[in-house]
Ligand binder design. Structure first.
Ligand SMILES: CC(C)(COP(=O)(O)OP(=O)(O)OC[C@H]1O[C@@H](n2cnc3c(N)ncnc32)[C@H](O)[C@@H]1OP(=O)(O)O)[C@@H](O)C(=O)NCCC(=O)NCCS
Length: 182
């Protein structure tokens, strides 16, 4: 998405009632490895990655890039949110030219069930809507991923279509900060 170039990154840390959304730092490395090595986290997103390989290959400051927010609770990372450009080759689009911004979220299992993901994602969407008013955000999740489906609904994503990918049914939805133009 070309407009991404006009958004200043990283923004100042975003504070919510309980959380902070901020850029990645070296002290988050262990939590990143935990996230990607966790079988629970990996259940609907391609499975866990070998911990030793992650230890060997992750950079000193993992995840320092445009659109990736580390989510911090009481000074420690509990998850991450991404606002990436959706691959034009993949199914699921709301614009003919593709390149939509796509929301992703991964939280450590010990942080599930407390409303942190929904709270952090709402703040990330608010930041994005201020930066690019009216720009849609898309989301793709396995339909069987109940927790993720509930987060999507709570945030106000609405279904665009469902399709098969990676051998499973995928739910593809969209969120607009402003009503879509007719
Ligand atoms: C998807 C994922 C982020 C959802 O996490 P989550 O903690 O279930 O989501 P929320 O932050 O919305 O929390 C909702 C739960 O917190 C509970 N809750 C407790 N206290 C709360 C509070 N103060 N405010 C809001 N909700 C609260 C809600 O009742 C709800 O419980 P329920 O799931 O039993 O209905 C998490 O399961 C995850 O990281 N999964 C692995 C990665 C993944 O699959 N990502 C999706 C890829 S698209």
């Amino acid at each position: 998405m070309t407009e991404r170039g006009s958004i200043a990154w990283p923004p100042a840390p975003i504070k919510t009632e309980r959380l902070v959304l901020r850029e990645s730092e070296a002290r988050d490395r262990a939590a990143f490895i935990e996230l990607f090595a966790s079988p629970e986290v990996g259940t609907y997103i391609g499975g866990p990655q070998p911990r030793d390989e992650l230890e060997r290959t992750r950079p000193e400051v993992p995840g320092r890039r445009f659109g990736l927010f580390v989510i911090e609770l009481d000074g420690s990372m509990i998850g991450m949110i991404t606002l990436d450009q959706r691959d034009a080759e993949r199914p699921g689009h709301v614009r003919p030219d593709g390149g939509e911004t796509e929301l992703g979220y991964l939280f450590l299992p010990q942080a599930w069930g407390r409303g942190y993901a929904a709270e952090a994602c709402a703040a990330a969407l608010g930041w994005f809507a201020d930066a690019l008013p009216g720009e849609p955000v898309v989301l793709c999740t396995q339909a069987a991923n109940d927790r993720s489906m509930r987060v999507a609904a709570k945030l106000g994503f609405t279904e665009v279509e469902r399709f098969e990918e990676y051998g499973a049914e995928q739910w593809f939805g969209v969120w607009y900060s402003l009503p879509p133009s007719p």
